[in-house]
Write a protein that binds this ligand. Structure first.
Ligand code: LMR
Length: 409
C-alpha cells in the first residue's frame, strides 16, 4: 500500500462525472458567441432577442434608472421576501397582464427567475399534476420550450403554426392539430409576438382556439414575454385575457426581461388561474413548494423595480412612453425593410415583414442561405432564419435587404 504512489489508486477508479455526456449547444447562445468572435466591423447581430437602440446598445430604461436610484435610497434590508416573492409584485404584474379579466382570488402566482423560470416551474407543475400530460407546442416554437420539456421527460406534440408560403399562420392546420389534444394535455401558446416567427393570430382566431380548448378539455399555457412590443401593452395582453376568462384553468408565464429591459435581473411571474379560491390555495402552496425545491426564494431586485414602476403614476407613464418608443422603432424598421426589399425585388413577397409583430420575423429561408449571409455579409440570424428586427438600424436595413436579395431568398 505504502509504495503505491498517491493518486494511482485514485486514477484507477471510475470517476463519478466521467459518465457525463456533452449536451447539445443552444443555437441562439452559440450564435451570440460566434457574433462576438467575428472581427468584422460591418457585422450585424440579428440573433438573440434583446432590444437594441440605433447605436446597438441595450439601454437601461429611464424608469428603471429612476426606480433604482429611489430603491438605493429607501431600501434598508435585503432579508428574504417569501417563497412566492413579494405579493405586491404579483399584484402589479397580474394587473398588467390580466387587468380584471378574471377575479384576483382565483389566481395563484409566484415570482420566478425570469420568464424561463416561469416556464420551467409551469412544466414542473404540469408534470406533478399529470405525469402523462403531453404538451402541444407550435411548430416552430422557442427552442428552449422543447429543450426544457425534453429535459423533464415530458412528451412534446407539435401543432402546425407557420405557413412557409405566406409567412403567416397556418390557421387551418393549427386548428386541425389542436383538435387532437385531450383533457389532461396542455397547449402552449404565445400570448403575443410569436417567437421565432413574428406571425400572430387575430382575435377571431383566438376565439376559435378558445373553443377548441373548451371542446377538448386541454389546458392552455400562455407564454407572454413581449407584452408591449407588438401592438401596444393593452392590445398585446388581449389574447391572454380572453383565454384566461374563457377556460376553467390556465397557466401564464410572464417575463419582464424585454418590456422592462431587465434581462439580467431575471424577473418573471408564473400565474395559475383556477375557478375558485380553494383551488387557488392549493396552487399557491404547490407553486411555493416548487420554488423552494428549485431555488428557494426568487430574485427580488428586478421584481421590486417593476413593482415600483407599475405602482407609481409618474414612473409608470414614463415607462409606458419608453415601451412605445421601442415598439415604434421596431415597427419603423419593419416598414423600412419591407419597403427596401420591395424596391430591390420588384415584388410584394416580403410584405409579411411589415405585418409581423414583436421582435422577430422568420424570413423563411434555408440554413444554407442563412450561413451564406453570415459568411459573406457578417449577418447573424438564427439558423431557422429568425431575424431580431431590433438588431437593425436605418443604416443597416439596406445592407440586410441587399444581402437577402443577393442570397436569392
Ligand atoms: C430569444 O429567444 O432570443 C430570447 O428569448 C433569449 C433566449 O433566452 O433565448
Amino acid at each position: 500500500m505504502g509504495d503505491v504512489p498517491h493518486g494511482t489508486r485514485r486514477n484507477r477508479r471510475r470517476l463519478m462525472f466521467e459518465t457525463l455526456e456533452k449536451r447539445p449547444a443552444d443555437g441562439i447562445l452559440a450564435l451570440m458567441q460566434m457574433y462576438k468572435d467575428d472581427p468584422r466591423q460591418t457585422k450585424i447581430d440579428l440573433g438573440v432577442g434583446v432590444y437594441k437602440d440605433a447605436t446597438g446598445l441595450t439601454p437601461v430604461m429611464r424608469a428603471i434608472k429612476t426606480a433604482e436610484q429611489q430603491l438605493w435610497e429607501q431600501e434598508n434590508t435585503k432579508v428574504y421576501t417569501g417563497l412566492a416573492g413579494d405579493p405586491a409584485f404579483s399584484d402589479a404584474m397580474i394587473k398588467l397582464v390580466l387587468s380584471d379579466a378574471v377575479a384576483r382570488d382565483t389566481i395563484a402566482a409566484v415570482a420566478t427567475p425570469g420568464g424561463t423560470g416561469a416556464v420551467r416551474q409551469a412544466f414542473e407543475l404540469i408534470q406533478m399534476a399529470r405525469p402523462a400530460a403531453r404538451v402541444f407546442v407550435s411548430d416552430p416554437t422557442w427552442p428552449n420550450h422543447i429543450s426544457i420539456l425534453g429535459y423533464l421527460g415530458i412528451e412534446v406534440v407539435r401543432y402546425r403554426y407557420f405557413d412557409d408560403e405566406s409567412r403567416g399562420v397556418d390557421f387551418d392546420g393549427m386548428m386541425e392539430d389542436l383538435r387532437q389534444a385531450k383533457a389532461g394535455d396542455v397547449v402552449l401558446l404565445h400570448g403575443c409576438c410569436h417567437n421565432p416567427t413574428g406571425a400572430n393570430l387575430n382575435m377571431t382566431e383566438w376565439q376559435a382556439v378558445v373553443e377548441v380548448l373548451n371542446d377538448t378539455g386541454a389546458v392552455p399555457m400562455i407564454d407572454i414575454a413581449y407584452q408591449g412590443f407588438g401592438d401596444g401593452l393593452e392590445e398585446d395582453a388581449a389574447a391572454t385575457r380572453l383565454v384566461a376568462a374563457s377556460v376553467p384553468e390556465c397557466l401564464i408565464a410572464a417575463s419582464c426581461s424585454k418590456n422592462f429591459g431587465i434581462y439580467r435581473e431575471r424577473t418573471g411571474l408564473l400565474m395559475a388561474v383556477s375557478r375558485n379560491a380553494e383551488a387557488r390555495k392549493l396552487h399557491q402552496d404547490t407553486l411555493a413548494f416548487l420554488n423552494r425545491q428549485n431555488f428557494s426564494f426568487p430574485p427580488d431586485h428586478g421584481a421590486r423595480l417593476v413593482t415600483m414602476i407599475l405602482n407609481d403614476e409618474a414612473l409608470r407613464q414614463d415607462w409606458m412612453a419608453e415601451v412605445e418608443e421601442v415598439r415604434g422603432s421596431m415597427l419603423g424598421l419593419r416598414t423600412q425593410l419591407a419597403g427596401e426589399l420591395q424596391r430591390l425585388s420588384g415584388s410584394d413577397r416580403f410584405g409579411f415583414i411589415a405585418q409581423h409583430r414583436g421582435m422577430f420575423s422568420r424570413l423563411g429561408t434555408t440554413p444554407q442561405k442563412v450561413e451564406e449571409m453570415r459568411e459573406k455579409n457578417g449577418i447573424y440570424m438564427v439558423a431557422d432564419s429568425r431575424m431580431n428586427i431590433a438588431g437593425l438600424n436605418a443604416e443597416t436595413v439596406p445592407i440586410l435587404a441587399k444581402a437577402i436579395i443577393d442570397a436569392g431568398v
